[in-house]
Design a protein around this ligand. Structure first.
Ligand SMILES: [Zn+2]
Ligand SMILES: [Zn+2]
Length: 331
């Protein structure tokens, strides 16, 4: 009798566990739909590599998208996110909030595109942009440069006369600390070490914490900002590249960027759930040389290592979960 009762009890427990598992599985589609996504819009460098757009990353929470940096190609990569990855939050008209890590051209050359293409694609409210000192002046000068376009489109015969506000920008110059908060995210800026005033950003959403470095040499601030975060997106250069650069570029890199060895040490302390390398000087094929530069021949051509070299250098030194970001990867 005891045995029969035991069998019944075990059966009930198994049934209960089974239904729990079933419930968890049935919730997955819903959870995936609302889960915060990191979309790598551009993982490239200043070199005009057609496979890797200028630095730009989107944090997508539900229907809202938040950009970090707007390198060249940003709006077209966002539209590719809609068409190829089914992320409708990345519709150009829906790009309303952006954070810029610093004002180097490779991170900001897509700014007029973001302002003006977003407007003509249907954004009706001013773009909200956050970044370092100089952002307001850059914004004013871009709007001044496009004055004739804006006037022509908004005048009585213009194609945007029904949307007269969408070209406007509210540029917010920031300091470190919490700089933005809405129902989806809290964004905290922290100082990084680069050639000019520069910030990294931490995003806290209902389900994830995400830290993005921008351009920087390794800093304690980045380690503190992550401190076990879910995702750390960090710039990197291979040791191979670093060792072969001409002296002038090597000393600039040592002050302002991060090697694979340094990133491995930093991430070992910061302990992210996932480390994504971006803005890495890697290329699958020979790269396009800036005019007048002496080529530095690496595994794939001038100034770039192959992704395999970066993978190898990191795997030797870092035991955590690590990926090399490519354009339009979603995490
Ligand atoms: Zn830079
Ligand atoms: Zn850069």
């Amino acid at each position: 009798m005891k045995f029969v009762r035991m069998v019944i009890l075990l059966g009930l427990v198994a049934f209960a566990l089974g239904s729990l598992r079933h419930r968890a599985e049935s919730q997955i589609p819903n959870q995936l739909a609302t889960r915060t996504k990191v979309v790598l819009l551009g993982t490239g460098t200043p070199v005009p590599d057609p496979d890797r757009s200028g630095p730009a990353t989107a944090i997508v929470v539900g229907d809202s998208a938040y950009l970090v940096d707007f390198g060249p190609g940003v709006v077209r990569r966002a539209k590719a996110g809609v068409l190829d990855r089914d992320i409708t939050a990345l519709e150009p008209a829906n790009l309303k909030v952006a954070f810029v890590t610093h004002l180097h051209s490779d991170h900001t050359a897509g700014y007029p595109d973001l302002i003006l293409t977003g407007w003509t694609a249907g954004r009706r409210t001013p773009l909200e942009v956050y970044g370092p000192t100089g952002l307001q002046s850059m914004t004013e000068h871009i709007l001044q440069a496009y004055r004739i376009d804006i006037e022509t489109r908004t005048n009585p015969g213009g194609d945007q006369r029904g949307n007269p506000e969408g070209w406007k920008v509210n540029a917010h110059e920031i300091k470190s600390g919490v700089i933005y908060k809405d129902a989806n995210v809290t964004v905290t800026a922290f100082l990084t070490k680069h050639a000019m005033e520069s910030y990294g950003y931490r995003f806290d959403t209902p389900d994830r914490s995400i830290v993005i470095s921008g351009d920087t040499s390794p800093t304690e601030e980045t380690i503190k900002a992550c401190n076990g975060c879910d995702v750390l997106i960090h710039e990197v250069r291979t040791l191979e590249l670093f060792s072969k650069l001409p002296e002038e570029r090597r000393s600039f890199g040592a002050k302002n960027h991060t090697t694979s060895e340094q990133l491995a040490a930093l991430a070992t302390k910061a302990k992210p759930g996932l480390l994504i390398a971006y803005h890495a000087w890697i290329a699958a094929g020979p790269s396009v040389l800036p005019t007048g530069e002496q080529p530095v021949l690496l595994t794939t051509g001038a100034f770039h290592s192959s992704p395999d070299v970066l993978q190898h250098e990191m795997a030797l030194r870092y035991s955590g979960h690590f990926v090399i970001g490519r354009d339009l990867d979603v995490y």
